[in-house]
Design a protein. Structure first.
Length: 320
């Protein structure tokens, strides 16, 4: 092994053994035990203040609970306060610390009010996870490809590219992009000049290669990825790192009816996705945890401006 690689490997061993407080073989145990590193890692109590938007949903509620297990104090922000409170209750009942706060990511005044609550109850924000987002039917075409016959289709609800509603497209762009920008404007002020602060955005594999039928969502997530890179550079001199996750296909409340039938079987589109995913399954919310913990931890202090796919190989597969 090259001497340079030996030094890196040696330092990695020292880091792992010091953080998990166990023996050298933990490196090898990771290959056989799911999340073994992070199962030990949750003994480390770092106690930062983590703000998550859209945290009442399936994916971000999972991230909120995972961050709480690290000893972080969690602010669960969501437009639906009941959903946020349910997540906060789960965390508190499990021995963590969390508060539920109602926040509309498209209204600056709402976010400023939420920040006052977070600051007064938990302290300054150290980590922001921008998880609010979604799609809208008015920004979606009925078919993946335009056919000449489609122009004569008068069925109710049928939409070609020419029928897309600008208001629906604006809603999707605002929710995903402005809904990332505004919370960052509000909460990142707490981070300027302080060590160990970072922002994690939620992009999508649609940002790399757009899916058929959903041009608004694909374009909006591409904007989130681009904004992540821009912001990483912009904040680089004040100590704030900015990165993003790009989840592949995860079953959520928003897409479940599109990808599965009432009996649980896959729709045609759902099966097409599985066929294009080398690992042959949808992602589980827990699949996002390890990458999130890494990007939000000081262990990734030299990582900024990256958008990491978590997609079961979807982006790597050519289809042949």
């Amino acid at each position: 092994m090259h001497m340079y690689h030996c030094v890196i490997f040696s330092n990695l061993i020292k880091y792992l053994t010091s953080r998990v407080r166990t023996h050298f073989f933990i490196i090898f145990a990771c290959a056989n035990t799911k999340y073994s590193f992070f199962n030990n890692y949750d003994k480390i109590k770092m106690g930062k203040v983590v703000v998550l938007t859209g945290a009442g949903g399936v994916l971000c509620s999972t991230l909120a609970e995972a961050m709480a297990k690290q000893g972080h104090k969690i602010a669960v922000l969501d437009l639906k306060i009941e959903a946020a409170q349910a997540v906060a209750n789960n965390i508190n009942e499990s021995g963590g610390t969390a508060i539920a706060v109602m926040a509309n990511v498209l209204e600056k005044a709402s976010l400023e009010a939420a920040k006052e609550v977070v600051n007064s109850k938990l302290g300054l924000c150290d980590i922001l996870i921008n998880g609010a987002g979604g799609n809208h039917p008015l920004g979606t075409t009925s078919n993946p490809h335009l056919l000449e016959a489609d122009l004569e289709n008068t069925a109710e609800g049928f939409k070609t590219f020419f029928d897309l509603d600008p208001e629906g497209i604006k809603f999707v762009f605002n929710l995903n992009f402005i809904g990332t920008l505004l919370p960052t404007q509000i909460f990142a002020k707490d981070m300027v000049g302080r060590k160990g602060c970072n922002i994690l955005n939620i992009s999508s594999m649609n940002a790399f290669t757009p899916l058929t039928k959903i041009p608004a969502y694909s374009g909006a997530k591409a904007a989130v990825s681009n904004f992540t890179q821009w912001l990483a550079v912009h904040f680089s001199k004040v100590g704030i790192r900015v990165n993003a996750l790009a989840p592949g296909f995860f079953l959520t409340d928003q897409n479940r009816t599109l990808l599965t039938n009432p009996d649980g079987s896959l729709t045609q589109r759902g099966q097409q996705i599985i066929d294009q995913t080398p690992m042959g399954r949808y992602g589980e919310p827990e699949d996002l945890i390890s990458t999130t913990l890494y990007l939000c931890d000081d262990a990734s202090s030299f990582v900024t401006g990256v958008v990491i796919p978590i997609d079961g190989g979807f982006a790597a597969y050519s289809g042949v």
